[in-house]
Design a protein around this ligand. Structure first.
Ligand code: PHE
Length: 341
């Protein structure tokens, strides 16, 4: 029996080393260690071994079984290692790596949005937000915009089948913020997307980016509006930038203004560029908000506030002399690379 075991061991090790793949190895395992395998068969012969030899034969049997098991295991590793090596054959791992072609950078719109947010936060504004799919109430009615106002036209606004719409401006966040407010004052800014059914060209996209601002308290004056926005635009465009408030009309502010900044491009005459809309919150807006809230927190007799909305795309275009707004969404690296720090 002992010599049988020895030759079994030799046979098994030879079979293991001859196995070319995992399937062949598995056959070897079944042949020797399986239920009907030769090792198993031999171990059944243990009962016929004389008592005084049982110990020696048992130890040998165990040794043979372990040797075969270990042999199969390490052959399995060897086969896998050979497969791995084959997979990377021909690749020269000593070659130097390819250097990356450039660092990533913030999109110019992200840069200007962050700059605007940083600047306005220093002036005491906190971030607010609202949904891009809006109700007519939040986008128009509460903002004192009558049903026959052209902005509400199907031709200008994307309506959903259920009557909601894609907000045409971020001013809806004014209403959302005032509806949810617990107390005054309110001092928020809300950057975000706005949607209009504009024909796409060098200066129009159907999705663009605005930044809304709202300050409501009991003693907010036009001087606050002017001072805040002048400070803001000088921070963005430089300390000597001239800022002009031109009377305008918005349904939700009274009085209302458009803001122009004077930009002097080298070699060209300075020109005024319209950059934002603003005004003192119309008391009708406070009344609508109170009705929606069911209280009188925004008492139109004592509450005052200013609001403004500026186009972030325009701001980026002016700052970087970008002549076509479509560059901002085309993600052409040749364009974007210019804004890497
Ligand atoms: N919502 C206006 C627009 O999109 C801008 C604006 C905001 C005007 C706040 C006044 C006050 O044109």
């Amino acid at each position: 029996m002992l010599s049988q075991l020895d030759s079994l061991k030799t046979d098994a090790l030879a079979a293991i080393s001859a196995a070319q793949d995992e399937a062949a190895l598995e056959t070897v395992r079944v042949n020797f260690l399986g239920k009907k395998g030769s090792v198993t068969a031999l171990s059944q012969g243990m009962k016929d071994v004389p008592v005084d030899q049982k110990k020696e034969v048992g130890a040998k049997l165990n040794d043979v079984r372990t040797t075969i098991t270990d042999g199969i295991e390490s052959k399995k590793f060897a086969l896998q290692a050979a497969l791995d090596a084959k997979a990377v054959e021909g690749i020269d791992i000593t070659l130097p790596g390819r250097p990356s072609t450039g660092n990533g950078a913030m999109h110019p719109l992200t840069q200007i949005r962050d700059l605007a947010i940083r600047t306005l936060r220093r002036l005491g504004f906190i971030l607010a937000e609202g949904p891009e799919i809006e109700t007519e109430f939040h986008c128009f009615d509460a903002l004192n915009t009558p049903a026959d106002h052209p902005a509400r036209n199907e031709k200008d606004t994307f309506y959903l089948p259920d009557g909601r719409l894609l907000r045409t401006h971020t001013s809806s966040v004014q209403i959302r913020t005032m509806e949810a407010a617990k107390s005054l004052p309110i001092r928020i800014i809300a950057p975000g997307a706005a949607y209009r059914r504009d024909e796409i060209d060098a200066t129009h996209l159907s999705v663009f980016n605005q930044l809304e601002g709202l300050y409501v308290s009991n003693d907010v004056s036009l001087a606050d509006l002017k001072g805040t926005l002048e400070a803001f635009f000088r921070e963005i465009f430089g300390p000597n930038t001239a800022v002009r408030f031109r009377p305008h009309f918005f349904p939700f502010t009274e009085p209302s203004f458009e803001i122009d900044v004077k930009l002097e491009a080298t070699g060209k005459d300075a020109r005024w560029i319209e950059i934002a809309g603003c005004g003192m919150v119309d008391p009708a807006v406070f009344t609508a908000v109170n009705q929606s809230r069911g209280d009188n927190l925004f008492d139109p007799e004592t509450t005052t506030g200013f609001a403004f909305g500026l186009g972030l795309d325009r701001l980026a275009m002016i700052l970087h002399s970008i002549t076509d707004i479509r560059h901002l969404i085309e993600n052409d690296v040749r364009f974007l690379q210019q804004f890497a720090a």
